[in-house]
Structures are given as C-alpha cells and as structure tokens.
Ligand binder design. Structure first.
Ligand SMILES: [Zn+2]
Length: 421
C-alpha cells in the first residue's frame, strides 16, 4: 500500500499520443482522402488493429483478436484479474482522427507507462469493432457481441454490409475471423476488475468551462417518440381559420412543449424534435398529416419515462383540441446507465490530486461502456474537443489534455487495484 502519487512526463506522453494519432490518421488507415473512414473487415481497419498489436507486443503484452475481430491486449494471462481500458478504433464514414481512436491510444499509453515506470499494473486493453455502425449499420456492435446482446441469426443473416449487402458472417470469415465462435467473445471481459473508456466529449462543456477533463457519472438513456397527427388537407385559401383540422399546428405545439418539459426537469434532460414532416407539404394546402420525430434523453430512467408520458398526454390533448387523430410509437433505444461509484470515486480522488480543474458530468451520447457496465464496474473519462465537433474531419483534441487524463487514469487504476487486492 502506497500513497505516493504516480507522476508521468506529460510532455513526452503527449508527444507519443500525438504521434499515434497522426500515424493512424495517415493514408494506410483510412479509405478516404478527405476524412477518417475505416470499419470492420476492411484493409484500413486491419492495419489499425495491427498497429496496436505491434505496439502492445513491443511492451511485452500479449495481443490478439477475438473471434469477430475485437482487439485484446493483456500483461496477465487470460482470465486472471486485470483492469480494462479502451474504446473503439473504427470511425464514422466521414470521421476524424480522435473519436474512439483516442481512447485506444490513451489505453496503449497507460499500458506503456505502467511498464516503463515499473508499476506493472495488471492491465487489459480492449478495442471494440463497429461502434459507429459504418460497416453494417449496427452501432456498438463489438460490445453487443461480447455481452451476447445479439443472436446468431443477426450475425448470419440480418446484419448486412452497407457497401455490398453481404452478411456480417460472410465478411468476418472472409477477413480471416471465426464468427462461429462469437459466443466466446464474452471472455474479453472475463476477469476485468474494472473498466474505463476515455473518449472525446463531443460537446463543448469542457472547452467552454476551460476544464481539463470530465468524469462521466452516467450515460443517458435514449428514447424516440414518433407522433403522427392526422387532420384534413384542405385548401389554404378557401378554408377559414375556424374550419380547419391542421395537423401541422399540433406538431408545432408539441415541439415547443418538449423544450419546456426538458428545461423544467431537475435532472439534466434533453428533448429534441429532430424530424418534422408535413403532408402533402405544399404552401397552399393545410397539412393533412404531420409527423414529429422526438429524441428524449436523461441519465435517470424515471425522469425520461415521466417526460415521455407527459408529452404523449400533451399531444393527445393537442390532437383532440384540433379535431385530429394521433398515432404514437415509443422506442427505447438504450437505457440509462449509472457508472460505478468505486471507479468514479477512484478517478475523482486521482483527479483532485492532479490539481487540474475538472467536472463530473453525464454522457449525452451512447458508448460501448453502456454494454460493459452491467458486467464490470465501469466509468468514462471525457477530454475536451474543439467546439464540440465530432464525426467530422474537423474533429480536434489536444494530446496534452489526453496526457493529463492518462496520468489521472494511471493513479485511479493503481488505487482501485490496491483497494481490490
Ligand atoms: Zn466514439
């Protein structure tokens, strides 16, 4: 048991992180000249996996791909306890250098430092395939396969390549993997004592608050509510205002009410009317049909469930007042996931000791960690990205911020494993 804080050479770590990111932003690692574009079972993706395998082996880690191509690196035998770190190194089709990849690069840097500083922490790097859904239209697919959230039929038949329509299974086999053993992927998280995913924030809270990093305490649950109002598509000139059944106006009222409801919640909640569709969609015809696509997110399931119930009640009343009928479809895409208090606490303690300004915050976007968290005590660390831009070649983060976060993670993991031992 030691209370000595681990301090690293921040400048040299930042340089190494920057070098990894720039290397993986090169022509061999993307299929686009304008952006980072790489996804499972392409040459560019394999080159990226191979880069990490080579770097891990250089520091004495064992590194391999699981039966579907998720990357695992370990400095302890398979199954023995280790602390897990990582993210994903696939990209959006018009992506940047940082989303996902920075989480794997900083995991690698943490492994390097543990080795070089003689800490020999039991560590496991894990990088998931297909977080971004670029290859097969299926998001967080690697972590869903690992945690058995898919069926064999999904992999053999339903999940098909965006590019050529052939199955996930066929592509995986062609790339030299063994999808028939997909159930064994659960071993990727066996023996993990804890898990941290570092990711760019994809928002501007850290930048605008001049904060070095954020510790994620929960990942929001995402819900979609589709509302279709049916009225009468009458003539816009011939129909006096009192004679109308205008579906568009009810939709407009709901969009405004959702904003009010989201703001009114004590727990951070966001509501967006991202789709608005009027039919027939002509200036001189009263909308006979209006479809509204809502996205509602909060870190507390009871909060978003209440908001959904209230907005549906409001929509029903708006429809009744205007003599409309209403169809409602509610889809729970992901459930809210609270991060582990032990791992979050270790990160907070290490963050406070670092002397840097930070915050605790929710994640408004989904991440692979949502699937890991039910199995392994988990947390996430966010680092600032310029203007919150992500999923774009303009995405930019600072390796110096990432190095600060690596030092915090190293201290948190050492303390956490010390406590667990
Ligand atoms: Zn990502």
């Amino acid at each position: 048991m030691t209370n000595d804080r681990i301090s690293i050479d921040l400048a040299s770590s930042a340089a190494r992180i920057g070098r990894d990111i720039e290397t993986l932003g090169g022509a061999d690692y993307t299929n686009s000249a304008e952006a980072i574009s790489r996804y499972a079972y392409t040459k560019e993706f394999q080159n990226t996996t191979d880069y990490f395998i080579q770097e891990l082996r250089a520091i004495g880690f064992e590194a391999w791909e699981d039966p579907v191509g998720n990357l695992v690196g370990r400095n302890r035998p398979k199954g023995e306890p280790a602390f897990g770190l990582g993210s994903h190194h696939d990209s959006n089709r018009n992506g940047g250098k940082w989303d996902g990849t920075l989480g794997v690069v900083t995991a690698l840097e943490t492994c390097r430092l543990s080795t070089e500083l003689g800490l020999d922490l039991p560590l496991q790097l894990l990088s998931f395939i297909e977080e971004e859904s670029s290859g097969f239209g299926q998001g967080v697919l690697g972590s869903r396969i690992i945690t058995q959230q898919v069926t064999e039929d999904d992999l053999r038949e339903s999940f098909r390549a965006v590019d050529d329509g052939r199955s996930f299974w066929e592509h995986a086999e062609e790339a030299g993997h063994d999808p028939a053993r997909w159930r064994e992927c659960i071993e990727d998280i066996a023996g993990l004592a804890g898990w941290i995913e570092l990711h760019i924030e994809q928002g501007r809270v850290l930048q605008d608050g001049t904060l070095a990093f954020g510790i994620v305490t929960a990942i929001v649950g995402v819900n979609w509510v589709d509302l279709t109002f049916h009225g009468r598509a009458d003539h816009a000139g011939g129909t006096p205002m009192g004679y109308r059944a205008d579906a568009g106006l009810a939709a407009a009222e709901v969009a405004i009410e959702l904003e009010r409801l989201a703001i009114a919640q004590a727990t951070p909640t966001v509501g967006t009317a991202g789709v608005g569709e009027f039919k027939p969609g002509l200036n001189n015809v009263i909308p006979g049909e209006a479809r509204l696509g809502l996205d509602i997110r909060s870190v507390d399931a009871s909060v978003y469930e209440a908001v959904i119930a209230e907005i549906v009640t409001f929509a029903e009343a708006a429809a009744a007042a205007r003599d409309l009928t209403l169809d409602v479809t509610i889809q729970a895409l992901t459930t809210a996931t609270v991060m582990d208090a032990g791992v979050v606490g270790a990160l907070e303690a290490a963050a406070t000791e670092s002397g840097h300004e930070f915050t605790v915050m929710p994640s408004g976007g989904g991440h692979d960690t949502q699937h890991v968290a039910p199995h392994v005590p988990s947390a996430m660390v966010f680092v600032p990205c310029r203007d919150g831009i992500s999923h774009s070649p303009a995405e930019l983060a600072d390796p110096a911020d990432a190095a600060v976060a690596v030092e915090v993670m190293l201290n948190a993991i050492a303390a956490y494993m010390d406590g667990a031992a």
